[in-house]
Design a protein around this ligand. Structure first.
Ligand code: ZN
Length: 295
């Protein structure tokens, strides 16, 4: 039996189970680290005797370098109270268990793994998983491995051209209106149009502009990683017809520059997650299962 945590800025989804199809889950609102992790630990304590480990996919940035003194930390997040939080060490302390295996990665890498094992990327060695919601993040699988590098990738902060008609000043505290998240996360859409993004109808010009930015981001990602597929999840992607607009915008921006088999059919190249909003928790479960099994 494994535990899985999808650690998000608004909620921590905690799950436990012996198969990703049969997870018992709870959702805990994200408050201060101490308060939140106390409740997370309380969920797992009754299972500690049978639990083989817990996999955690976290919002970030996070430190994934196990040789680093801040391994397992959430590092430079602008989220109040959560900057430089020792997530793994605090959880371990609250569980009062020194030896339980813990696996740790970003929320988007976990979601990518979930889709690789059980969803829309099964059988693919190279793909990208994006989430577009409160923030924008992207996880890259290259040659069947996460790209960890010096740390993890941060595809939500790749710089984008600004649409000539867009006067919005941007939402990113680091890059304002110059990066993907600053221009195209859910709060950016709501601020730009002074209307909750959930209330903008499918034919509102907001969505053409949104697709224009997403298509531009996709050009950079395709040129950088030559993925076989790109999956777009997250709350913003619930908007009817948006994925199709992104396919059109990508084709417009890209101008057919690279040619390889996966790009021949944009319907299968740019897709929604097959696990819908469970990619992250299923992936966190797989993170620890694979670590414990030495896969
Ligand atoms: Zn940014």
């Amino acid at each position: 039996m494994f535990g899985a945590i999808e650690a998000g800025g608004t909620k921590f989804v905690c799950a436990v189970g012996s198969s990703p199809d049969a997870l018992k889950t709870v959702s805990i609102p994200t408050r201060t680290p101490a308060e939140t992790l106390e409740r997370v630990a309380d969920f797992y304590k009754p299972h500690l005797g049978s639990l083989q480990g817990i996999g955690i996919g976290s919002f970030g940035p996070v430190d994934l370098d196990c040789k680093s003194s801040t391994y397992g930390y959430i590092t430079s997040t602008p989220k109040p109270d959560w900057g430089h939080t020792a997530l793994l060490a605090s959880l371990r302390e609250k569980l009062n268990d020194e030896t339980l295996p813990l696996a740790f990665d970003t929320d988007v890498n976990a979601a990518a793994l979930g889709e690789a094992m059980h969803g829309a990327a099964q059988g693919l060695d190279n793909f990208v998983y994006f989430t577009v919601g409160t923030g924008v993040g992207g996880g890259v699988i290259a040659n069947s491995q996460f790209i960890h590098g010096g740390m993890h990738t941060e595809l939500g902060h790749i710089l984008l051209p600004k649409h000539p008609d867009d006067k919005y000043q941007g939402h990113c505290p680091y890059h304002a209106d110059r990066c993907f998240e600053g221009l195209a996360c859910g709060p950016a859409i709501s601020e730009r149009w002074a209307c909750s993004s959930n209330d903008l109808p499918p034919d509102h010009p907001a969505w053409e502009l949104q697709a224009w930015y997403m298509g531009a981001a996709l050009c950079s990602v395709v040129c950088s990683f030559a993925p076989q597929r790109v999956i777009f999840g997250g709350g913003v992607m619930q908007m009817e017809g948006l994925l199709q607009k992104v396919r059109h915008a990508f084709a417009q921006h890209f101008q057919g520059y690279m040619q390889y088999a996966a790009l021949n059919n944009l319907e299968t190249f740019i897709v929604a997650p097959a696990l819908e909003n469970h990619s992250g928790i299923v992936g966190a479960w797989e993170l620890i299962r694979r670590q414990v099994s030495n896969l």
